[in-house]
Design a protein around this ligand. Structure first.
Ligand code: HEC
Ligand code: HEC
Ligand code: HEC
Length: 336
């Protein structure tokens, strides 16, 4: 009995001493947070092994990898976002990140090496989830797996050996400024045309991106690069910006009846989006990019697209859309 008591007493004393040492370490600066000497080798090994196993366990199944990852317009969209949001840490194909980035603990791997060990699905998980305690950020919007696939399309192009010249050509700045890099005539058909929109609608959407009411990791990043106080002026300029060239859809006639009259599941679209409707807060769809319309209608239908004050009207209109309806309507409006 007394032996058991001694053991318990010793354990209790050790626990208390351990807790005191722990608190002292936290409260009196005893743990050295300097990044100068890096992690111990064993810490590095443990962190990387945990990371690799977490990726292997959680990456989406191969069946979820979209089949358009080699679409040049999708690769360009991913590359342009990468250039603005990721290159400061991972550098660009064929270049290195410089001394300050190399002094991070752990240092971000240069992009040609960062993509080497992973499948497309694994890179999707890494870019969407981020990596705790390393500086690798999570995707800054929820429910936008589609945007992350654009970045993965670019990363797989790097795996296939993108040269520094290819990269420079793909991310070349536009004369009309940063926003025109994606939205201008030399931009990517995966980004929407803005010249069919009104300044009011554009300014509303910029505010929705800034507040998160319209979740988009790409546009939240882009909108933060310009001061909100300039939105009205920027919106007026962008409503005149010539947009990216678009491909011509195969069968634009199929969506006509649905757009005009709707069916049992879906209301007609032209009642709100028609040429007679001059409500400046309902966007024109005429001549908008087909791929963009497909993406957005899918988001509306799935409840993942936010927007401005009138967004609930559109969410209700899109509820009953089938994939075939979305394809037909997108082709119809793209050439209207
Ligand atoms: C602030 C710096 C920083 C930014 C910005 C950043 N990363 Fe990272 N990233 C890291 C660090 C650090 C790691 C290393 C994690 C590790 O290996 O422990 C990493 C890891 C990765 C990996 C896995 C490579 C590997 O094997 O470790 C990929 C892929 C990646 N990042 C892609 C991206 C993409 C795409 C973006 C932009 C959307 C991005 N990163 C933005 C710092 C950054
Ligand atoms: C990396 C490419 C890229 C850059 C740079 C970019 N955008 Fe975008 N923009 C997009 C994409 C992709 C979308 C669609 C996002 C979504 O799904 O909500 C978009 C959407 C928009 C929309 C909503 C259009 C609509 O039809 O609802 C506006 C407005 C907009 N961007 C303005 C800007 C402004 C202003 C800038 C510069 C500060 C900018 N964009 C920079 C890619 C980009
Ligand atoms: C009751 C009116 C109404 C009806 C009916 C309606 N919409 Fe909309 N739609 C809107 C409003 C309002 C917005 C803008 C929401 C916002 O401000 O965020 C919108 C936005 C959109 C957008 C996003 C455009 C962009 O540039 O990002 C698309 C695409 C769209 N609608 C397609 C359709 C289609 C296709 C139909 C028919 C099936 C339809 N809409 C029916 C009111 C409507």
């Amino acid at each position: 009995m007394s032996q058991l008591r001694t053991v318990l007493l010793t354990l209790a004393t050790l626990t208390v001493l351990g807790a005191v040492a722990g608190f002292a370490t936290v409260l009196f600066g005893l743990f050295n947070t300097s990044a100068r000497s890096g992690h111990w080798a064993v810490t590095d090994w443990a962190m990387h092994t945990i990371f690799e196993n977490a990726v292997a366990l959680r990456a989406p199944p191969e069946a979820e990898v979209p089949d358009d990852l080699s679409d040049p317009a999708l690769i360009e969209l991913g590359a342009r976002h990468y250039d603005s949001a990721c290159a400061m840490c991972h550098a660009t194909p064929g270049t290195s990140g410089g001394a300050t980035i190399a002094a991070m603990v752990p240092p971000p791997p240069q992009i040609d090496r960062a993509v080497t060990p992973w499948t497309a699905a694994q890179m999707h998980w890494i870019v969407e989830a981020g990596v705790k305690m390393t500086g690798m950020p999570a995707w800054p919007a929820e429910g936008r797996a589609d945007e992350v696939w654009a970045v993965v399309a670019f990363l797989t192009a790097v795996q296939r050996g993108m040269t520094p010249d290819d990269y420079a050509a793909m991310t070349a700045p536009a004369a009309e400024g940063y926003c025109a890099g994606c939205h201008g005539a030399g931009g990517t058909s995966r980004a929407p045309r803005l010249d069919i929109l009104t300044p009011d609608y554009i300014a509303d959407q910029l505010a929705a991106y800034r507040s998160g009411a319209r979740p988009s990791g790409m546009m939240a990043h882009a909108a933060a690069k310009v001061p909100a106080s300039g939105d009205a002026e920027l919106a007026a300029a962008l409503a005149r910006l010539e947009g990216p060239a678009q491909s011509v859809p195969a069968d634009p006639a199929a969506g006509e009846a649905l757009a005009a009259r709707g069916n049992g599941r879906v209301p007609g679209c032209l009642a709100c989006h028609g040429p007679d409707n001059r409500n400046p807060r309902i966007p024109s769809l005429d001549g908008q990019g087909e791929a963009y319309l497909v993406d957005q209608l899918t988001l509306w239908r799935d409840g993942a697209r936010g927007g401005a004050e009138r967004a609930p009207l559109m969410r209700a209109a899109a509820k009953g859309l089938s994939d075939a309806d979305i394809a037909a309507l997108s082709a119809f409006f793209a050439v209207r």
